[in-house]
Design a protein around this ligand. Structure first.
Ligand code: GRF
Length: 191
């Protein structure tokens, strides 16, 4: 089978991007996917340094001050230089415009650190912590024009029993995210 060519989109730390890169190098995605590009919408995205250190192609277009459609047009233009099978959002803090979603219909994936039917948008771990949930969910879903509204691909549960701080919640959640995102991509790419 041909490896899927993927671009990973980040806005910040990039720990999910790093996990996916590692799993493409020597994990479950090894024979299934190849990272063609790591893209960020801000130059300060810390994950870019890691991507560069791995010899990956990185690109950045600063979204600040640009209208959504104008920015997305630039990104679509950039992506036209690559033959991508999937776009993997990993902490990419922007809602995508309709032209972008349509250009890659059914091929844009996101990870959200909550059950997307219960909580959308920012601060999902805070939400779980403040509501004292005994468990929360991580959702991997297709991306549409809404904020965390696309069709769910898979969900994983995070046990929150005994957590003592928001940091505990994030630590447990991210540990699940880092495995679960790649595991879900593996199933999707094998299908
Ligand atoms: C993760 O919790 C992810 O689920 C959410 O934003 C966070 C990004 O973290 N969409 P990182 O940049 O992958 O470390």
């Amino acid at each position: 089978m041909m490896k899927k060519k993927i671009a990973i989109f980040i806005s910040g730390r990039g720990s999910n991007m790093q996990a996916i890169v590692e799993q493409c190098q020597r994990g479950p995605l090894k024979d299934l996917a190849q990272v063609e590009l790591v893209f960020a919408n801000k130059a300060s995205a810390a994950g870019l340094e890691y991507a560069k250190s791995q010899g990956l192609e990185t690109r950045c277009i600063n979204s600040k001050g640009l209208k959504r459609l104008d920015f997305d047009a630039k990104v679509i233009d950039l992506l036209s230089n690559y033959e991508l099978d999937f776009i993997i959002l990993a902490g990419y803090m922007r809602v995508l415009s309709s032209p972008f979603v349509q250009a890659y219909q059914g091929r844009i994936i996101n990870i959200h650190p909550a059950d997307t039917s219960l909580h959308q948008g920012l601060h999902a771990y805070e939400w779980a912590y403040e509501n004292q949930l005994a468990a929360t969910k991580i959702t991997v879903h297709f991306v549409d024009e809404g904020m965390d509204t696309g069709a769910v691909i898979a969900q994983a549960s995070v046990d929150l029993k005994g957590v003592e701080s928001l940091q505990d919640v994030e630590k447990r959640g991210l540990a699940v995210e880092h495995q679960f995102y790649s595991a879900t991509l593996k199933s999707l790419f094998e299908a």
